[in-house]
Design a protein around this ligand. Structure first.
Ligand SMILES: *Cc1c(COP(=O)(O)O)cnc(C)c1O
Length: 380
């Protein structure tokens, strides 16, 4: 494999913005020297004012010191979770951070495009618009809401292909998985032409379905994982971007030098302890059980036209009048998501799987909506 400046693999660097490839990476104090002994190199305070509340003695960090830029211990835990070498893991402040880094590294403003398949997760577009990247949209097929795989492959084969292709598995808000045959075909078509990003924010809910196993084979595949959903830690802002080291090296050039705060690191390490992983297993079982409760409470309602159960911790449903139903639920203090600006999701609502007591409240509110149409008219 030919390597260029700083050992980057040439073919993936050829897809990145040339100015990023040419750039000399910032070298932080913490990355230049090890952090033992007398530390007079980073303009830190030698006195902490408050302690990191940490989690226990062995994880307690000093807040006066800059953290390790990419903490080897946390990387190791993600690497063993996904069965990849440590140099295939980049710690991120959640998938939103990974999406932003990818667009900034691979898309020249006004030149290069991302490919997005709406309805999809909104941050792909926001990141592209922020960078001034172009957006090629291949809409899902109306009504079935399936990916239009033929048109995606056509777009990937074009003379000027998108730099980044964003797929989501399970997808948000449709809940479907990317088919393995389709993904492999796409990876074969896009070699040396596009980077394929599979966002697996909800993978654990789909019986640990995952494409991380393909990363060793394809240098242009990126998988995004996060602690926000099935690790029940959305407030932590922590995740992992998985890819071959050449691609990760490019992303590190634009990433701020100390992305993971010490308290975040300490709590993330705690999530990988056996006790937390056991609790996660129990939690995932509760999700599965409550998801079928949620689906049951939507079925046989006259105003529910279609349900997409999907593989994630939510369901999508088409109803007779989404705005009216969402307002009715809101007046019962139940909040669900609607998609007023997405034409393919007209009258669709997305409902997250909640606790049993929360789903009971939802079911009563749906009962009231079904059986008291007169009251609804009075409210208007
Ligand atoms: C929730 C969600 C994310 C958010 O990830 P963070 O790690 O919280 O930034 C990413 N992708 C999809 C598809 C999501 O639904």
């Amino acid at each position: 494999m030919p390597t260029g400046q700083a050992g980057l693999i040439v073919s993936i660097a050829a897809l990145a913005r040339p100015e990023i490839v040419a750039m000399k990476p910032y070298s932080s104090a913490r990355s230049e020297a090890d952090s033992t002994g007398i530390l007079l190199n980073a303009n830190e305070s030698p006195w902490p004012l408050v302690d990191d509340p940490g989690t226990d003695e062995c994880h307690r960090g000093e807040l006066n010191r800059y953290p390790e830029p990419q903490h080897a211990g946390l990387i190791k835990r993600f690497a063993s979770l996904y069965d990849l070498p440590s140099d295939h893991v980049l710690l991120t402040r959640g998938s939103d951070d990974g999406i932003d880094l990818l667009v900034r590294v691979f898309c020249r403003a006004g030149h290069d495009a991302i490919l997005d398949c709406p309805p999809s997760f909104g941050m792909y577009r926001i990141a592209a618009q922020t960078q001034g990247a172009l957006i090629t949209s291949i809409s899902r097929i109306p009504d079935s809401l399936e990916l239009d795989t033929r048109r995606i492959l056509d777009a990937a084969r074009q003379a000027n292909p998108p730099r980044l292709i964003f797929l989501t598995s399970p997808a948000n808000p449709t809940g479907d998985l990317v088919g393995p045959e389709f993904l492999i075909r796409l990876l074969e078509v896009t070699a040396g032409r596009s980077v394929v990003v599979v966002d697996e924010a909800y993978a654990e809910f789909a019986a640990s379905h995952s494409f991380t196993g393909l990363i060793r084979k394809y240098e242009h595949l990126v998988v995004l994982r996060t602690l926000s959903k099935a690790f029940a830690s959305a407030a932590l802002r922590c995740g992992a971007l998985l890819a071959q080291p050449g691609l990760i090296d490019l992303l590190k050039r634009v990433m701020p030098p100390y992305p993971i705060a010490t308290p975040v690191l300490n709590l993330a390490l705690k999530l990988f302890e056996p006790e937390s992983l056991d609790r996660q297993k129990t939690m995932l079982r509760k999700f599965r059980k409550n998801k079928s409760v949620l689906i049951d409470s939507l079925s046989n309602r006259p105003f529910v036209e279609k349900v997409w159960p999907g593989k994630a911790n939510f369901v999508l449903a088409r109803v007779s009048d989404a705005k009216e139903l969402v307002d009715h639920l809101a007046s019962n203090r139940v909040t669900v998501r609607q998609f007023p600006v997405e034409p393919l999701l007209k009258n669709c609502i997305r409902i997250s799987v909640g606790k049993t007591s929360e789903l009971d409240k939802l079911a009563s509110a749906l009962d009231a909506y079904a059986f008291e149409p007169a009251n609804r008219q009075v409210e208007i």
